[in-house]
Structure formats: structure tokens, C-alpha cells
Ligand binder design. Structure first.
Ligand SMILES: Nc1nc2c(ncn2[C@@H]2O[C@H](COP(=O)(O)OP(=O)(O)OP(=O)(O)O)[C@@H](O)[C@H]2O)c(=O)[nH]1
Ligand SMILES: [Mg+2]
Length: 356
């Protein structure tokens, strides 16, 4: 279910909702009904207007729905209230993305990061009756027996969060040793960034001969991979492939993945891969810029890579896009078109950068 506020246009809400559907399918769900609801007379307890309650109740019972997905972040109380009204599981965009990340994380660091984000997401959602009772309980001097299951869970989650943080720290220290080794070799890092499914891994494989999994679904890649890339006789760089971005990317995840994005933060140059065949190019470019800003890489030098040009039937929409977003290089990572030019551009940008 999409939510449309006065600030978002109809088409923007539709695209975002479509994306939610692909996220849902990626998570293994089957989409039965999909609808945009206007955000008129919103009620803070349920985000939407009260009139939407019977409407959704009917939808849920008529279509035998098991899960209701909101394309917006729900506050903990909003989520709880909806679950009470609808008597089914209610999940927001953040939880859905967390779920996909949890399914995909392969490395120890990736798994720890996702679990930490999930635990932090869960914690404020367990504050309902549990915390209230605990305050009452505390008042009359009883602990232990007066505790509800929720409180126990809360405490357990806190302990788990601490453990996860320590564990992550350990794993990261090991990784930063590896990093230092690489930096001593003095090779500049070039990081591929871009919207999820833009073709970053395909391009990475093409350029470096690596064999990263490439799939037509969102968030195929979670863990970073680094490879040497020879640009010319004299010039070798480290190319990095990493997790893709998406609009409304949960802040929790950005936080948790900050370390994974270390190569992006340390990169000399970013290659911003854009799927030129997508009808939502502009929103995607904007979303990528936003995440880059959030991790402190907003001012990095970057080069646009317009990918999937093989999909364009008529003339390139490049001129208009380049006027707006700056010059780029046209490639087809899948067919291997434009890669020599891309390497040349990267090499010359690096040379210019070094002369400065
Ligand atoms: N037609 C066409 N398809 C491409 C091209 N590059 C990538 N694809 C397809 O786009 C889909 C996504 O490719 P990936 O390389 O996995 O994209 P990604 O940016 O790494 O995606 P995430 O890791 O999920 O963020 C796959 O189905 C690729 O085959 C291209 O140049 N042309
Ligand atoms: Mg990928």
C-alpha cells in the first residue's frame, strides 16, 4: 500500500509503490492488492485518516491477506495500532528492506551489520505495555516476577546489541588491517556506486574479470568486493563494488553499512552507474546523491556512467540528461560497449587530479 502526501506527485508515489512491490517479491511475498491512499486528514496514531480503517479491514478479509506493507516508515505505535485493527502482520518499507538484507547477507560482517540494524529497529517497537508495567513494577519495588515477556526481550535485545557492536568492531579491525596493506601499495580506489540493479556488478565483472553474482532483482550485492583494474600500462587502480542504494533507504541501514561503504568514503573517484533505460532515472540519481551525502561522500569527484545503452531503441536521451547532471560515459556493461572509453576517462581524471 502506498501513501501519498501532498508533497509527492501521483507518478512519484506510483513508482515508489511499484518498487515496493518488487521489494516484496524479492523478499518472497506475493502481491495481492496494491493501492495508493491519499494522506488527507492524517491521524498520528495510524499515519492515515481514520476513514481508512474499515476500508483496509475489508480488503484484508476479502482478499485473505497475511501481510500489509506500508510504503512509508511507520512509527512503532502506528505499526502496533494497525496490527490491532487489521489482525495481520503490518510491515513498513524499512522492515521489508531489512528483511531482504538479512536474507542476502553472506559475510560475517554483513550479517552482523544487518542484525544490528534489525535489533535497533526492533527495540523501540517493544516499548508497549512492557515498559509501562515495568515502571509500575519498579514503583512498588518488584522486579523479576512482575516482568512481562516484552521486558525480558528488551533486555535481551540490548545485550545482543552490545555483543553485535563488539563483534563488528573485531571483524572491522581485521578488515582495516587488510585495507592498510592495500593503501601502502598506494593504489587509488575507484568505487562503483549507484541505484540497486543499475548494473554495477555487471560492470565490475566486465572490467576486472571477477565473477560477482548478477541478477535482475534488487540488492543482489551486499558485501564489498575489491579488485585491481589496469587502466593503462602505467596506471593500475583498485575498483570496488558494493551495495546499491534505493530511495527511502532506512537510516538504520545506512548507519549499519557505513563500514561496508568505507571504500566509497575513501575513494579517489566515484563511478556513478545509472540505468539509462529506467523510467525513473532522475529519482534514482537523486536518491544516490542523498545517500552519498549521508555517508559524507557527497563532495567526492564522480563520473556518471550511463549503463544499459543497448536497451535504448531510439536516440540517446543523453543530451538532456547531461545538461542536467553533467557529462558522462555511455556504456553497456552487458555487451561490453564503451568500456575502453570509460577506462580512458577514468585514467585522465586521475591524472588531472594528481597534477592539482
Ligand atoms: N540490457 C542490459 N542489462 C544489463 C546491463 N548491465 C546490467 N544489466 C542487467 O541488470 C541487472 C542488474 O545487474 P547487476 O549487475 O546485478 O546490478 P547491480 O547494480 O550490481 O545491482 P545490486 O547489486 O542489486 O545493487 C541484471 O539482470 C543484469 O544482467 C546492460 O548494459 N544492458
Ligand atoms: Mg551488485
Amino acid at each position: 500500500m502506498g501513501v501519498r502526501s501532498a508533497r509527492t506527485s501521483r507518478s512519484e508515489a506510483e513508482e515508489s509503490l511499484q518498487e515496493l512491490e518488487s521489494l516484496a517479491r524479492s523478499a518472497g511475498a506475493q502481491v495481492v492488492v496494491s493501492e495508493i491512499l491519499p494522506l488527507d486528514r492524517p491521524n498520528p496514531a495510524i499515519l492515515l485518516g481514520k476513514g481508512k480503517i474499515p476500508l483496509l479491514q475489508e480488503q484484508v478479509s476479502q482478499n485473505k491477506i497475511d501481510i500489509v506493507l506500508f510504503d512509508e516508515a511507520l512509527a512503532p505505535n502506528q505499526q502496533r495500532n494497525w496490527e490491532e485493527f487489521l489482525q495481520v502482520k503490518v510491515i513498513d518499507r524499512t522492515a521489508l528492506i531489512l528483511d531482504i538484507f538479512a536474507q542476502r547477507a553472506k559475510t560475517r560482517e554483513g550479517q552482523l551489520q544487518v542484525e544490528l540494524a534489525q535489533a535497533n529497529y526492533l527495540l523501540p517497537r517493544l516499548t508497549g505495555k512492557g515498559i509501562l508495567l515495568s515502571r509500575l513494577g519498579g514503583g512498588i519495588g518488584t522486579r523479576g516476577p512482575g516482568e512481562t515477556k516484552l521486558e525480558v526481550d528488551r533486555r535481551r535485545i540490548r545485550i545482543r546489541i552490545q555483543y553485535l557492536q563488539q563483534e563488528l568492531e573485531r571483524v572491522r579491525q581485521a578488515r582495516s588491517l587488510q585495507r592498510r596493506g592495500r593503501q601502502e601499495k598506494g593504489l587509488p580506489i575507484i568505487a562503483l556506486v549507484g541505484y540497486t540493479n543499475a548494473g554495477k556488478s555487471t560492470l565490475f565483472n566486465r572490467l576486472t574479470g571477477a565473477n560477482i553474482r548478477v541478477e535482475d532483482r534488487l540488492f543482489s550485492t551486499l558485501d564489498p568486493t575489491l579488485r585491481r583494474l589496469r587502466l593503462s600500462e602505467e596506471q593500475t587502480v583498485i575498483l570496488s563494488d558494493t551495495v546499491g542504494f534505493i530511495r527511502k533507504l532506512p537510516h538504520l541501514l545506512v548507519e549499519a553499512f557505513r563500514a561496508t561503504l568505507e571504500e566509497v568514503i575513501q575513494a579517489t573517484l566515484l563511478l556513478h552507474v545509472v540505468d539509462i533505460s529506467s523510467p525513473e532515472i532522475e529519482e534514482q540519481i537523486r536518491a544516490v546523491h542523498e545517500v552519498l551525502k549521508e555517508i559524507g561522500a557527497g563532495d567526492k569527484p564522480s563520473l556518471l556512467v550511463w549503463n544499459k545503452i543497448d536497451r535504448l531503441v531510439d536516440s540517446y536521451p543523453s543530451e538532456r540528461m547531461e545538461r542536467k547532471w553533467g557529462e558522462g560515459v555511455m556504456v553497456s556493461a552487458k555487451r561490453g560497449q564503451g568500456l575502453d572509453l570509460l577506462k580512458q576517462r577514468v585514467a585522465s581524471l586521475l591524472t588531472i587530479g594528481m597534477e592539482q
